[in-house]
Design a protein around this ligand. Structure first.
Ligand SMILES: Cc1cc2nc3c(=O)[nH]c(=O)nc-3n(C[C@H](O)[C@H](O)[C@H](O)COP(=O)(O)O)c2cc1C
Length: 192
């Protein structure tokens, strides 16, 4: 039997959110029992069948003007064709967002990703971590330094390129999400 597929559907206008998507993929790849695939929204028209066959879909977007980017939202609207037949019902879902500001209205974007998953009848997997960087001994190096619960949050200084930001700590948090979704997928599907 083939391995359950976890697709990561993401948009990245300038490469920063792509780095986060790659970190999620690295976490998925820690498991031999599942297969991870990156799907940039620009390529989604060739990937609908792959998404229909996936066991889990992780959604990722940069925050533009306090919301997920328009390109991601275009993908979300195109996915309505799947919604009519409830093709994604009972797949696992998870999300990650990335923005320039520490807050930057990231959670608003995360709620859009969650809402998309619920429209499709999917089952949401959160981050499953305590917040880091929230006490006297805490540090920006902590896992989950931005203290998210619903998914993986990342922050990229707006004057630095994706080879520098988001920082390694956010890569680790995103990697944790990928690993968690892989483990959840094995439990949810009964494994390969
Ligand atoms: C059109 C536009 C709007 C943006 N709006 C926000 C915002 O509302 N909040 C924020 O924190 N950062 C905002 N940013 C910064 C981006 O979220 C940040 O640069 C992010 O790393 C871009 O990711 P990408 O390279 O994957 O596109 C905006 C950037 C652009 C280009």
């Amino acid at each position: 039997m083939s391995k359950p597929v976890i697709a990561i559907v993401y948009h990245s206008g300038y490469g920063h959110t792509k780095v986060v998507a790659e970190a999620v993929l690295a976490g998925i790849k820690e498991s031999d029992a599942v297969e991870g695939v990156l799907v940039p929204v620009e390529q989604v028209d060739e990937k609908w069948e792959l998404l229909d066959g996936a066991a889990a879909i992780v959604f990722g977007a940069p925050i533009y003007m306090g919301n997920v980017s328009a390109a991601f939202q275009t993908f979300a609207e195109k996915s309505s064709k799947r919604w009519f037949e409830m093709k994604w019902k009972d797949k696992l879902a998870a999300g990650f967002v990335n923005s320039g500001a520490m807050n930057g209205d990231k959670h608003r974007g995360m709620e859009v990703l969650f809402g998309l998953s619920q429209q499709h009848g999917m089952v949401w997997v959160g981050l499953g971590l305590h917040p880091g960087n929230n006490n006297a001994n805490g540090s920006p190096e902590d896992l989950n330094r931005l203290g998210g619960f619903a998914g993986a949050y990342a922050q990229s200084n707006i004057d630095q390129g994706p080879e520098v930001v988001p920082p390694a700590t956010d890569h680790r948090t995103a990697r944790h999400l990928g690993k968690r979704v892989a483990e959840a997928t094995v439990r949810w599907t009964g494994g390969a």
